[in-house]
Design a protein. Structure first.
Length: 208
C-alpha cells in the first residue's frame, strides 16, 4: 500500500463507498475513463443483452468530445458519474484546480441526467479533495472488486477470477478505452457467471 493511502485510509473509511450492505441479489457494475468509441458501444451492447445496468464514471474532456455516447449511455437507462475533467491522479491536484475540474465536469454531465457519484482518479482522494466533492453534493465511490489485468479493464479470461469475489452488494470497478479492449468480453463473461448464481448487475443508485 502506498504511504499516502496508508495515512488517509482510516480517515476516509466511513465517507467513501466501497460496498453496499444488502440482502438483494444485486451488485453494482461501474466503468471508469469513458466514454470512448473503442469500447463504450460494445459495453452498451453487452449490458443490453444481459438486461443489466451500470454506472459510467466519465471523464469530462472525453464526454465533451463524444456527447453522442454520453447520450446513448443515459438513454439506455445507465447512470453517469463524475470522474473529473482529465485522467490524472486526484490526490496530486491542487485543491482549487480539482474544484474547477470537478465543477466543469459536473456542469457538462448534468445535461444528461442527475449525477450524484464521484470517483477519484488513480485511487484515493485526500481529505481535502473529498471535502470538496462532498461540498459539491457528490458521494465518493471506490469499490470492492477491481479488475487489474489488462490495465484495469480485465481480459476475456478475467471473468473467471473476478466472479468469485463478486457478492451481494459488491461494487465492481472496470475500465474502458482503446488500451482496454477486453472489457466487453470480461463483462459478458462476468454477467453470465453471476446470473447463474442469481445475481444481477445494476447501477450504484439502484443498489443503494
Amino acid at each position: 500500500m502506498l504511504p499516502l493511502v496508508s495515512a488517509i485510509a482510516p480517515v476516509l473509511q466511513g465517507r467513501v463507498l466501497f460496498v453496499v450492505p444488502t440482502r438483494a441479489p444485486r451488485f453494482a457494475l461501474t466503468f471508469d475513463d469513458g466514454p470512448d468509441p473503442a469500447t463504450t458501444p460494445a459495453l452498451l451492447d453487452v449490458l443490453a443483452r444481459h438486461a443489466a445496468h451500470a454506472t459510467f464514471f466519465l471523464i469530462g474532456e472525453r464526454a465533451a468530445a463524444h456527447p453522442d455516447l454520453v447520450a446513448r449511455i443515459a438513454a439506455a437507462g445507465h447512470e453517469i458519474g463524475n470522474h473529473s475533467w482529465r485522467d490524472r491522479p486526484t490526490w496530486r491536484l491542487p485543491l482549487d484546480e480539482f474544484r474547477g475540474d470537478l465543477r466543469r465536469t459536473q456542469q457538462l454531465l448534468a445535461g444528461f441526467g442527475p449525477v450524484r457519484w464521484f470517483r477519484p482518479g488513480s485511487g484515493w482522494p485526500t481529505p481535502g479533495h473529498l471535502a470538496i466533492a462532498e461540498a459539491e453534493g457528490l458521494r465518493c465511490v471506490l469499490g470492492s472488486a477491481v479488475a487489474v489485468a489488462g490495465s484495469g479493464a480485465g481480459t476475456p479470461t478475467s471473468a473467471a477470477w473476478l466472479d468469485p469475489v463478486v457478492r451481494r452488494g459488491s461494487v465492481v470497478v472496470l475500465h474502458e478505452g482503446p488500451q482496454r479492449l477486453g472489457v466487453a468480453d470480461t463483462v459478458d463473461g462476468l454477467l453470465a457467471r453471476t446470473a447463474r448464481r442469481g445475481l444481477s448487475g445494476v447501477t450504484l443508485s439502484d443498489l443503494v
